[in-house]
Design a protein around this ligand. Structure first.
Ligand SMILES: Cc1cc2nc3c(=O)[nH]c(=O)nc-3n(C[C@H](O)[C@H](O)[C@H](O)COP(=O)(O)O)c2cc1C
Length: 312
């Protein structure tokens, strides 16, 4: 590892799947939308990339309210139901977002049959996004969610269909499961340039006074601090077995959480729930915390901490 050179600040630049990001921190899909102002907010807060909310082939209204409930453990359970205007409208908005943003803009798609994934990804590539994240792991999307990401042959079909058609990088977003290492290996073999680990974890909240499930959809996805150690474990296991380029997501509230995920093997970190709960300035706190950590540790580049927890 290179030590700090006298007078030079540590570098926060990272590269993942062939894309370069000025800092290793950005938003996770779903907590912001598609618009230029949202990407600008991430950029102004020191974020190194913007990930748009997942889109589907046809517009979706989402599930009945309520969509979100806080947990006593500091997390969120959400079932928004992938509300979105459909990929055609999203591509129009993202064309402008990608044109105006100073950081890479990544589109996220979720879907049904492989042909739809390919059509959506091609339209978004044509609109000028830098990469496509395949949401193979939504915990409450019937037919195209978690079941898909846990089935290695389905992962292979979708990832191969999309990545063999596009020239921009494709990232496979997988959820927490005992088969995540297998699914990761298959996604990489099928052409994914990197992985996003993890999505929210299927969960349920019950109101003890009405004695009924709280969310309109009954089931939702648990996110935020309660899932952070699950994300660390998943990134650690997958990095050890694959050495892949990994975006980590899961319970990042502060810079220590981000560093932990990078030591486990992540090259960049996505923040979801903490942006919802605390606002986008959490991005700046994490970026500046990482910078201070590198100074204090005498490390000249954030790239040099990736996977260090695996070194003997
Ligand atoms: C309100 C909300 C909406 C989300 N929507 C999406 C989505 O559209 N697509 C997706 O891939 N993940 C979605 N997620 C999952 C996040 O991108 C992320 O993987 C997960 O929440 C873990 O990160 P966190 O603990 O920082 O929130 C959503 C999460 C939340 C809280």
């Amino acid at each position: 590892m290179e030590g700090l050179k006298a007078g030079l600040p540590p570098s926060l630049e990272t590269s993942l799947g062939g894309l370069r990001f000025p800092t290793p921190v950005g938003n996770a899909s779903g907590v912001l939308g598609w618009h230029p102002e949202e990407a600008r907010t991430v950029e102004e807060q020191g974020g190194g990339f913007f990930i748009a909310k997942s889109v589907t082939y046809n517009p979706r209204k989402g599930y009945p309210q309520p969509h979100m409930a806080p947990t006593r453990s500091g997390g969120l359970v959400n079932a928004v139901g992938l509300a979105n205007p459909g990929f055609r409208r999203a591509a129009e908005i993202l064309r402008e977002t990608a044109r105006r943003a100073g950081i890479p803009v990544i589109a996220s798609i979720a879907g049904g049959p492989p042909g739809e994934w390919v059509e959506m990804a091609s339209a978004l590539e044509e609109a000028g996004v830098a990469a496509i994240e395949l949401n193979l792991s939504c915990p409450h999307f019937k037919g195209g969610g978690l079941e898909l990401g846990q089935d290695p042959s389905a992962v292979k079909t979708v990832v191969y269909a999309v990545s063999s058609t596009l020239s921009i990088p494709v990232f496979a977003k997988l959820g927490f499961s005992d088969r995540v290492v297998d699914a990761s290996l298959v996604a990489l073999e099928a052409g994914a340039k990197g992985l996003t680990l993890i999505n929210s974890v299927r969960a349920l909240k019950i109101d003890i006074y009405t004695k009924k499930p709280i969310l309109g959809n009954i089931y939702g996805g648990l996110s935020g601090p309660p899932i952070h150690p699950l994300a660390v474990r998943t990134v650690y296991d997958v990095y050890r077995e694959t050495g892949a380029d990994i975006f980590a997501a899961g319970g990042v509230e502060d810079w220590e959480d981000a560093i932990e995920l990078m030591l486990a093997g992540a090259k960049a970190v996505q923040i979801g729930s903490s942006i919802v709960v605390r606002g986008p300035q959490v991005l700046r706190n994490v970026v500046e915390g990482i910078r201070r950590y590198l100074w204090v540790e005498g490390i000249d580049s954030v790239a040099h901490i990736v996977g260090l927890a695996h070194k003997a």
